[in-house]
Design a binder for this molecule. Sequence first.
Ligand code: HEC
Length: 127
Amino acid sequence: MTGSEPRNTVAMTKAEMTTIAIAIVTMLGGVLAALVPSAGAADIPPGQKLFQTNNCVTCHTIDHKLVGPSFMDVAKKYAGQPDAVPTLSDAIKKGHVGTWGPVPMPPHPTLSDADIKTLVDWILSLK
Ligand code: HEC
């Protein structure tokens, strides 16, 4: 038997296999990052970022009532009202109670007026 050496076997070294494994994991990581919205922070609106990084998330969500009203409900209620921006800015800065129920929202005196404006513009843009 002369043809005893394997001819068509692709011999892979351990190092080559590791390189391929790393390449696959890296590719999968890229795909996952693209699928999970929060991983690509670039396209989150600035207002939403402020919402997520301040304490608003403890009591509010975008689309359902928690302790406070959903921001979509807020947008609906104030749609077309000329004084929506000052009303909501005031409520966030100084706290508010009575519009949505008996539970008060605490004041947020440390938020800058610019940040509050960004938040309110974002809330009112929700649909
Ligand atoms: C401790 C819970 C809590 C936190 C934290 C909180 N809210 Fe509220 N929020 C409420 C409640 C309760 C109401 C309803 C108040 C009312 O009925 O007047 C409310 C109402 C609102 C309204 C509607 C105000 C109005 O006059 O209709 C806006 C806008 C709002 N919150 C934005 C925010 C933003 C932005 C943050 C973060 C900076 C935040 N809230 C943090 C509980 C909270």
